[in-house]
Design a binder for this molecule. Sequence first.
Ligand code: BES
Ligand code: MN
Ligand code: ZN
Length: 493
Amino acid sequence: MEIEFVAAGAAVPEKTALAVIAFEGQPLGGAAGELDKAAGGALARAAAASRFTGGKGQTLDVLGAGADAARLVLVGAGKAEAFDDLAAEHAAAAAYNAVKTSGLTTLRVVLPTGKDSAAPRAALGVRLAAYRFDRYRTKEPAEKKPSVAKAQIVAADADAALSAFAPFAALADAVAFSRDLVSEPPNVLYPAEFARRVKELERLGLEVEVLGEPEMKELGMGALLGVGQGSIRESQLAVIKWYGAADKSAQPVAFVGKGVCFDTGGISIKPAEGMEDMKWDMGGAAAVAGVMHVLAGRKAKVNAIGILGLVENMPDGNAQRPGDVVTSMSGQTIEIINTDAEGRLVLADAVWYCQDRFKPKFIVDLATLTGAIIISLGNDYAGLFSNNDELSGNLLAASEKEGEPLWRMPLPPQYDKNIDSVIADMKNTGGRPGGSITAALFIQRFVNNVPWAHLDIASTAWKKPSSVPTLPEGATGYGVRLLNRMVQEKYEG
Ligand code: BES
Ligand code: MN
Ligand code: ZN
């Protein structure tokens, strides 16, 4: 998707759809009002004849009414008072979705005048909405393919808008990178291939170190290695480093991702129905890779570490059994009750390694950890678990601004005994009640005095048909945006 910022009067290219904003509960105003006047009230009549009220997410396609444009789209943006940058982003994304396969090639978006910050966000909205994973389509008919290849966002100062868009372009690239990883099938994206793709990010100025099984064995990572031992694919630990702060020795921020490239459940095997979804059990690692991508892409003034625990959880003659006891890098032993509770085992070693080696300012881990978080929060919210109110507050504030919903969950000390084992230091499941909470409490046992947050993104890593215009069905890249925003606002400089 090509992005341009243009002045209001710029000549309209051929085959352009023009999108203008309508607010809920008020007559057509701004660009929509002017076009309506020029068309003798035809737009208002079209809206009235189609239950278009300007509500958020509504679009009304009016053919032949776009003045110089081939097509006009009225985009509902909800209440005018609530029209912020996120609303501009969603409106532009909705406009793109309405015309993407229309046969037209350019989308011009006219935003209500006033805020300079809205234009780059609108461009971001189009970029995110236009994401597609096309690598394995060989026979799609041309008329089904998106035709809109360029977005022109009208801005008061087009040059300023273009410069302001640069960090958002880096963000869109990073989200696409993350979505690609999650979309790839598990025969293609196994741990070593994931690590290889991350290694390629060195072109952005990141340093990437990849540990294989011998190195992890040396470090004593028995929890992570136990998960991968049934797979013919070698487990990997990718360590991504970005030293963007003026002081390269300043304490880094750190992100850790669950990268289970495929989760069959192992010997505690999952039912066949829906098992293919477990290719996206590496969504946490993909989000962390995406965060590092955007930090480097926009040259963030921060030191940051991203650690990806990459494994495949398979049943096999050599696979881990329920009943096995493994020793983690921390020295703590874990009785395996269910081999399908594997993500926390991967994180146990990855999180420990992170705090031990890098002594970070904080650790945020991301993981498609539990089905129970979907039961708790449904499919829009990820769960936040944290030992630190300040870090939680920063995450929640960023989540709000980026439209990546997050809800804080408790870490009740009295539930911690649910993961005590009769024969080892702990067991890897705590029963069905509060399944996401006991999973988080498990990870907490591998966190010392560092501020830590765990994001259970099993609910948000993948969208089935989606109502959010910037999330096409499939991989979402959840987490990249909110962590990028948090770093930008709270930890840079
Ligand atoms: N990867 C799954 C969690 C998951 C479920 C992610 C659905 C996305 C959608 C995780 O490894 C898992 O299997 N968790 C078990 C834990 C249980 C065995 C304690 C679960 O949630 O059922
Ligand atoms: Mn599992
Ligand atoms: Zn899993």
